[in-house]
Design a binder for this molecule. Structure first.
Ligand code: SAM
Length: 317
């Protein structure tokens, strides 16, 4: 504990505003490119792979919670422009709350949702949804929810939680937002960069920066990795270029105990892939989503459809 206190840079004497505004501005300015442009991108397969992984993870957790409840409510914490909306639709949930710090993204997410409802088959029961703009590291969600008593079966936090590890208070508040409204037996699922891998890679070289022509990771300082506020800049083909923070997983696991959470599993993407690709359904989904370069890719450049996300496109084809 002492170590956390020493290394926590959230003391009143240190900066109070943090990087939230920078993160929100960055994501607000990100343009949504159509599928045709996306399919030409050098990170086409990586995006599809990430989407495949999220689809499988979300599908599995919904199957698990559905064993004890029929009507499922989900919190999508850091929903972005709604890249996971179709996964929730496919999972037949009843209610979704989408929250993000970037107001423009939340608006786009809502437009996508409304579009999805309009285009849906009249007999299809698509979930109801609520959209909230909030910095989940600084604002309590219960103050913003239409029904502050609302309970969730699943909180999903995909590629988001690492933004909270700027300070202990921020990481704790995001965790509180993620877990406090969960029903007993509910799940908090997420994906986040692997701090061990990042440190291992930077420590293996002389420089404080590594990457290739597609991505780069630049640490502010090498050899010193505080528990909170351990910042690195991540650049991915102009898709992401914002400060991120290492999440030291054993600490995160300890912190979550405060909200009565128990670790069910933690896996690297490659472990997750190895385990799930053996399942024929997941394997077929991966092919349909064009998530690996070695799978057939004859459709890659053919579509002009500007669909809701890569999965939707892959499925429709
Ligand atoms: N979850 C989406 C997905 O998987 O497609 C979006 C992921 S994107 C890499 C990260 C998202 O986290 C952005 O939309 C960003 O605005 C959001 N975010 C970052 N910090 C946040 C915060 N403090 N509160 C709420 N959202 C935040």
């Amino acid at each position: 504990k002492r170590k956390h206190e020493e290394e926590d840079d959230s003391s009143p004497t240190k900066k109070r505003h943090g990087h939230g505004e920078k993160v929100a501005t960055h994501y607000n300015l990100l343009q949504e490119t159509g599928l045709a442009a996306r399919s030409q991108s050098r990170i086409f397969y990586m995006r599809n792979f990430n989407n495949w992984l999220k689809s499988v993870l979300i599908g599995e957790v919904l199957d698990t919670v559905r064993q004890s409840r029929r009507e499922l409510s989900v919190l999508d914490l850091g929903c972005g422009k709604g890249g996971d909306l179709l996964k929730w639709r496919k999972g037949h949930i009843s209610r979704l709350v989408c929250v993000d710090i970037a107001a423009v993204s939340v608006d786009q997410c809502q437009v996508r949702y409304e579009d999805m409802r309009k285009r849906g088959h009249p007999n299809e029961r698509i979930f109801s949804a609520e959209f909230i703009t909030a910095d989940c590291t600084k604002e309590l969600l219960t103050d913003k929810l239409k029904d502050p008593e609302m309970q969730f079966d699943v909180t999903s936090c995909q590629f988001v939680y690492h933004y909270s590890f700027e300070t202990q208070q921020q990481a704790d508040l995001m965790l509180k937002n993620a877990c406090e409204q969960l029903r007993p037996g509910g799940y908090f699922i997420g994906t986040t960069p692997d701090a061990y891998e990042l440190v291992k890679r930077v420590e293996a070289i002389d420089s404080n920066s590594f990457g290739n022509e597609v991505f780069s990771v630049t640490f502010q300082k090498k050899g010193h990795y505080p528990l909170f506020g351990c910042q690195y800049d991540f650049n991915l083909e102009g898709v992401v270029n914002v400060p991120e923070f290492l999440v030291y997983f054993p600490l995160f696991e300890e912190m979550a105990k405060k909200y009565n959470m128990r670790l069910v599993f933690k896996k690297t993407f490659s472990q997750f892939f190895e385990e799930h690709i053996k399942n024929n359904q997941h394997k077929m989904l991966m092919q349909r989503m064009q998530a690996l370069e070695s799978f057939p890719t004859e459709n890659r450049n053919k579509s002009s459809s500007d669909s809701l996300d890569d999965y939707d496109h892959a499925k429709r084809k």
